[in-house]
Design a protein around this ligand. Structure first.
Ligand code: SF4
Ligand code: SF4
Length: 482
């Protein structure tokens, strides 16, 4: 076909193209394995402390109890979600919606102000990879240059035992993480009892746990930075969420260019005017070697950058060595780099802030104004009314009551209006309710036929609870039309 390049021609063109391909892909399309060199520095220390605090929090949240429930419990089977002593039920879907919109807007605002701060500091992908899995790899298989050399060589006994040990440790950690993850959905109590029983007694959860372990192992053992570069949707959103005033990690080309490899001695001669002055970047590639996604920050803002700050620490230590000021790579904005003042408060961030405030206020108000008991009255399916021999009209109703107080309770039901009506719950007249329990009870409401006008009668019922709470509900009864 004329005008269409042959496939071999296109392949040759790609292989010979001077254009960059993905930093983790070689020109023939194969995965390029990265060996990011760790960079110690103030940012690394802060991230390490935060990362381990988050790991401890992740382990602790399903263990510590607040108000008799785990601090976080996502009980999908019972459709109950507990957060720090507050339990949400299916009837709280509006509150949950507000909560999720609030979280989404918080992420959007944080990104508009601080770029991908979440990715570099708080995302589990970064935290576990950088502070758990990679240190173990270094501990067992040695530093980066040793690993790279060994991996490129043949399979020797040394290589086999180190990899076997590493993946054995990875498997144990992944299993532990999968169990903790599962505890968020079933609670430690149930999980603890399952651990002592055969998997076939709870094979559904066993499969979930095995699958989660496999995914964690695959992600941190093999997939790694690919998750951030090709799978994570948040990375894709970055380009629309940040603008020229957002704080991003950036190389300062005004200071760094023209870059040139040179020694401290040459730099001194430049400073003394014996040689033409160059930029502060000595083209040492320390920032590239430390990058967990393999990019060169000096090429500008890139989608692959997870804002991990490792290049800041790497470059700062180089600047210390050549006695130049730190901050050639730093948190800054594109506008600041162009000499324009950074605007923290700009129309889009102000709009996000107003929306965020409105959503969180609505969330707080809806949450605090929630009834202690969720009551729903309906007619028993298929029933209408019965006219009894004594002239009374009977309506068969269904009360659905959920206890949202956080403590066991009991309740009775009585009529408020019309006073001539009576209500009779099927079975016991006092209904017991555990914390969070929802019960459906059937009841008959009787009222004189004379109280029914044109086939209907609005009534009011009072639900009296053992904690002294009373909730009044309205319901329209039906009866014969005269
Ligand atoms: S670490 Fe700093 S000096 Fe070295 S190449 Fe990167 S930007 Fe240049
Ligand atoms: S460019 Fe710097 S901040 Fe971005 S991912 Fe690489 S090392 Fe981390």
């Amino acid at each position: 076909m004329e005008g269409r390049p042959q496939s071999t021609d296109s392949l040759t063109a790609v292989l010979e193209s001077p254009e960059e391909v993905l930093s983790t892909m070689s020109r023939d399309g194969k995965r390029k394995w990265l060996y990011p060199v760790p960079s110690k520095g103030s940012f690394h220390t802060q991230r390490l402390l935060l990362g381990w605090s988050l790991i401890v929090l992740f382990v602790a949240l399903p263990i510590i109890h607040i108000g008799g429930k785990p601090a976080v419990l996502l009980d999908i089977a019972q459709r109950e979600f507990s957060f720090f002593g507050v339990t949400f039920y299916p009837t709280d879907s509006f509150v949950l919606l507000l909560f999720m919109v609030g979280v989404l807007l918080t992420v959007i605002l944080a990104t508009a102000l601080l770029g991908r701060v979440w990715c570099g500091w708080g995302c589990p992908q970064t935290v576990y990879l950088e502070f758990v899995y990679r240190p173990i790899e270094r501990w067992i298989e040695g530093p980066e240059h040793v690993r790279a050399r060994r991996n490129a060589g043949p399979w020797t006994f040394d290589k086999v035992w180190r990899k076997t040990l590493r993946f054995g440790v990875y498997l144990a950690i992944s299993l532990a993480l999968a169990h903790i993850f599962l505890a968020y959905f079933v609670g430690w109590k149930d999980l603890g009892s399952w651990l002592t029983r055969s998997p076939f007694e709870h094979w559904g959860s066993f499969l979930v746990m095995s699958g989660t372990t496999g995914l964690i192992l695959f992600d941190f053992g093999y997939f790694r930075e690919q998750m951030c570069m090709i799978a994570c949707p948040y990375a894709r959103m970055q380009s629309v969420l940040v603008d020229k005033d957002s704080m991003i990690l950036s190389y300062d080309p005004n200071r760094g260019e023209p870059r040139a490899k040179r020694s401290k001695k040459i730099i001194r001669q430049e400073e003394e005017g014996f040689l033409p002055a160059k930029g502060d970047c000595i083209d040492c590639f320390a920032c590239v070697r430390t990058c967990p996604t393999g990019i060169d920050i000096r090429d500008g803002l890139q989608m692959e950058c997870v804002a991990c700050t490792q290049c800041i620490d790497a470059c700062d230590s180089i600047m210390d060595k050549i006695e130049k000021p730190r901050g050639l790579i730093r948190y800054t904005s594109e506008n600041a780099l162009s000499g324009i003042k950074t605007r923290r408060f700009r129309p889009r961030t102000l709009i996000y802030m107003v929306l965020l405030l409105a959503v969180w206020i609505s969330f707080g108000m809806t949450l605090t104004s929630r009834d202690a008991y969720d009551i729903n009255i309906g007619r028993v399916v298929g029933s209408t009314y019965d006219v009894l021999p004594d002239g009374q009209v009977a309506n068969r109703l269904r009360f659905r009551v959920r206890n949202q107080t956080g403590a066991p309770t009991s309740f009775t039901v009585s009529m408020v209006d019309p006073p001539s009506a009576t209500v009779q719950i099927a079975g016991a007249s006092t209904i017991e309710l555990d914390d969070g329990e929802m019960k459906r009870v059937e009841a008959f409401v009787f009222l004189p036929q004379s109280d029914i006008v044109e086939g209907v009668r609005a009534t009011t019922l009072r639900f009296s609870f053992s904690d002294g709470t009373e909730q009044v509900e309205e319901f329209t009864l039906i009866g014969p039309t005269p």
